[in-house]
Design a protein around this ligand. Structure first.
Ligand code: NOJ
Length: 557
């Protein structure tokens, strides 16, 4: 496989709203990011992925774009953006933008035109349908943010499709003119000097013609339209066309957010010869703790399932495509609370989880705050939550009679605001994030968990991430080595090997709060990294792993 700069890169995701506020309005901004570039340089990351910074009415915090070529006023100006790009580049850090083109905001100029009349030149930029003859909605699809996926617009008495909120109408990708406009917009950003795109729900852009009804899952109010828009009929054609017309002509990183993509799909999307995207974000590992009722149907985490899942992706894409690796993003709860232990073993388990992920094959993504082991938050009142997904779900389910206490518990475990509380920079008021009132409350644990503390402590999670990032830059075995699962039957241990040329690395990760003894079959004289300062006990034949221990050995033939 031809080597690419993003093969040994580590990406750091910034959710600008919650990163660093430079002007005291309670909302993070671009100047705030510039102020922290040296911090990111110290961590050693190669690329920043910026969640949307475009002009937006913020129904979904910037994932509803009003103008693709203007900066959100709360975040600053285009001059600030150019300065951020320059300053990052000066430090050898690349910048990848979010590209949200499955939908726009309903306040986008295209939609303002589109809704005016049935014969408006922009009408077909969106997906409009009249009601069925019996007065029912055009089809039975549900919105991913609760309620039906259709909204009536009175001006023309037709419905428009919105897979997300009512303020996020879906763009009509069947329309060639719309597609060309989008490609030109992408190219203008590339010409500005950015280094790639994270492509929001990009495998949802092609819908089955005729938009047929979908099956309604047991207990659900609406049909699961995903059958008709996930990896839809023209998706590969559209991606290839987009690649040819825009980013394929630049040496940039593209990662498609692709819910519902299987490994077979991912090979098609990421096989370099097919020229679609470089890598995809799968959701399979993020769904392992959900029951049949979906995200809010919380199920205990099962390590064996995680092992099976990661192994499937590692093996399937080896030499055929490329993986992205992540535990966290702005839509997911904090991993140390989710799969680790955010009390007694917070530091150990955060480092263990980092080891597990960062020694896999693929491009790792770190989400802001993960590098200091930020945890979930449990606000007592639903009023303290800002996220539209949480708010819509709450309204729909309480109206149906669900128990608010149970819903709140699910929000504590799964809600997206877990990831969105402001970054904890220090122990001063509002965690040093803002001098004003933060748009979302800070996590009350900021006096002990914060960046200042992490930078002062040589054993901190921060410096451990720094070491892992540096290792990837130094060792081809991490970047290109073949993966194999070992100790498959050990239910509390995730262990695997990576092999490249004459080297094999053994990675052991314990998910147990107790000691666990595992058999050993190799030399342990060359440990590479571990999350305890003393080597583990054991003998030539066995290794005794302490609670949440991670230890990595290198062997050569
Ligand atoms: C996925 C994004 O990550 C999420 O934050 C957003 O709400 C939806 N796509 C809709 O754009």
């Amino acid at each position: 496989m031809e080597r690419k700069w993003w093969h040994d890169s580590v990406v750091y995701q910034i959710y600008p709203r919650s990163f660093n506020d430079s002007n005291g309005d309670g909302i993070g901004d671009l100047v705030g990011i510039i102020e922290k570039l040296d911090y990111l340089k110290e961590l050693g990351i190669d690329v920043i992925w910026l969640s949307p910074v475009y002009d937006s009415p913020n129904d979904d915090n910037g994932y509803d774009i009003r103008d693709y070529e203007a900066i959100m006023s709360e975040f600053g100006t285009m001059a600030d953006f150019d300065r951020l790009l320059d300053q990052a580049h000066e430090r050898g850090i690349k910048i990848v933008m979010d590209l949200v083109i499955n939908h726009s905001s309903d306040e986008h100029a295209w939609f303002a035109e589109s809704r005016k009349s049935k014969d408006n030149p922009y009408r077909d930029y969106y997906i409009w349908r009249s009601a069925n003859e019996d007065g029912t909605l055009p089809n039975n699809w549900g919105s991913i943010f609760s309620g039906p996926a259709w909204e009536l617009d009175e001006a023309t008495n037709e419905y428009y499709l919105h897979l997300f909120s009512k303020k996020q109408p879906d763009l009509n990708w069947e329309n060639e003119k719309l597609r060309q406009e989008v490609y030109q917009m992408i190219t203008r950003w590339l010409d500005r000097g950015i280094d790639g795109f994270r492509m929001d729900v990009i495998n949802l852009i092609s819908k089955t013609p005729g938009l047929p009804d979908a099956t309604v899952p047991p207990g659900a109010l609406y049909g699961d339209g995903g059958q008709h828009y996930i990896n839809g009929p023209r998706i590969h054609e559209f991606l290839k066309e987009m690649n040819d017309a825009s980013f394929g002509n630049y040496d940039v990183l593209t990662v498609g957010e692709m819910p519902g993509a299987t490994t077979d799909d991912a090979i098609l999307y990421t096989d370099p010869e097919r020229k679609e995207v470089n890598m995809v974000f799968t959701f399979e590992h993020m769904d392992l703790d959900s029951g049949p009722g979906g995200k809010w149907d919380v199920k205990p985490f099962d390590l064996q399932k995680l092992k099976e899942n990661f192994t499937k992706w590692q093996v399937a894409l080896h030499e055929k495509g490329w993986n992205s690796l992540y535990w966290n993003n702005h839509d997911q709860p904090r991993v140390v609370s989710r799969f680790g232990n955010d009390t007694t073993y917070r530091v150990e388990s955060a480092k263990m989880l980092a080891t597990l992920l960062h020694l896999l094959k693929g491009t790792p993504y770190i989400y802001q705050g993960e590098e200091i082991g930020m945890t979930n938050v449990a606000f007592e009142s639903i009023e303290d939550y800002e996220d539209i997904e949480i708010r819509n779900m709450w309204k729909e389910r309480t109206e149906q009679g669900a128990s608010p206490a149970e819903l709140l518990r699910a929000v504590h475990v799964k809600g997206r605001d877990n990831a969105r509380t402001p970054i904890q920079w220090d122990a001063t008021e509002h965690a040093g994030f803002t001098t004003g009132t933060p748009w979302l409350k800070v996590n009350p644990n900021y006096p002990t968990i914060n960046v200042e503390q992490a930078l002062e402590d040589p054993d901190s999670i921060f410096y451990y991430y720094k070491q892992l990032i540096a290792l990837r830059h130094q060792h081809d075995v991490i970047v290109y080595g073949e993966y194999a699962l070992i100790l498959e039957e050990e239910t509390d241990i995730y262990a695997y090997t990576r092999t490249y040329e004459n080297e094999t690395w053994y990675i052991y990760c314990s998910f147990s709060q107790e000691e666990v003894t595992v058999p050993l079959s190799h030399d342990t004289s060359d440990p590479v990294i571990g999350n305890y300062s003393e080597s583990p006990a054991g003998s030539k034949e066995e290794l005794v792993l302490r609670p949440y221990e991670a230890i990595v050995y290198r062997t050569t033939r």
